[in-house]
Design a protein around this ligand. Sequence first.
Ligand code: RIB
Length: 331
Amino acid sequence: MYDYDLLVVGSANADLVIRVERRPAAGETVLGSDLAVHPGGKGANQAVAAGRLGARTALLARVGDDGHGRLLLDSQRAAGVDTVGVLVGGAPTGIALITVDPSGDNSIVVSPGANGRLTPEDVRAAGSLFHASRVVSAQLEIPLDTVVEVVRNLAAGSRFVLNPSPPRPLPAEVLAACDPLIVNEHEARVIVGTALGDSPEDWAAALLALGPRSVVITLGADGALVAERAGARVRIPSVKVEAVDTTGAGDAFTAALAWRLGRRESLAEAAAYAARVGAVAVTRPGAQESFPTAEEVAALSGVLPGDDPATTGRKGGSEGLAGEPLRGESR
Ligand code: RIB
């Protein structure tokens, strides 16, 4: 029996967000909205997303001993996340400078700050969290050495999910532990390091050849593709909604998928659920503030928790919704 459905090891940032009519090109200055400060960071976002869905979640991260660090801790606790693994001090809290355009797309620059001080030793010291967690997820806004140590500390029988964002080439030891590796096209190109081939099925084959047990490729308007080493390739349709802000939607997708895998759903089932979570997230501004509860996800598909679609007549799944889907670069 595990104490946690999901342990997230990753970054926590204060997101400094400005809405702009157009994201600036090189050498260009544009005027934007008033500044908004939100709790963010790919790791902290995943933990809040899972906690809000009802997953028993813990976060292993590092924040500064400052106001941004307190903002992040408050947000985790409000979502029911166990912050026993959140270390404080060593550097200022990480910062993400984010511009969001009217289509909801964003550009992000991250100053890692304390995230860069989350060390392999911190991972080793958190051994009890690893032993208590059914699924462990990570991203790449913390040092790669730390992610390597994460895979070395996985408990027997636990499952590892990696979103390699921002992407970089990965050691074979990390790739071999991924089940799944979750990437968009850009991340896939960086991980594979050579020409990708024409179709997402080709990309999945190239990624699987590097060692992960399974792969999820997010395809924006075209949904996602899931592929297992020994299984079929399954296309997951996108969920049509009106996008307001894609920030953090990829993190919500990853967290939801990781949680549902821990509930023994198939990769395709978990990805279909995660697509609905990401779709709700893009309809609202900000990252963590935009993440839905399980009830809100159910409402999107017209099925409430506990309902049997066969008897209510309500329509489940992702068909028949209009608007903008989960976007590929929404992290
Ligand atoms: O994935 C979105 C996140 O990326 C933002 O919250 C920002 O902090 C950056 O880490």
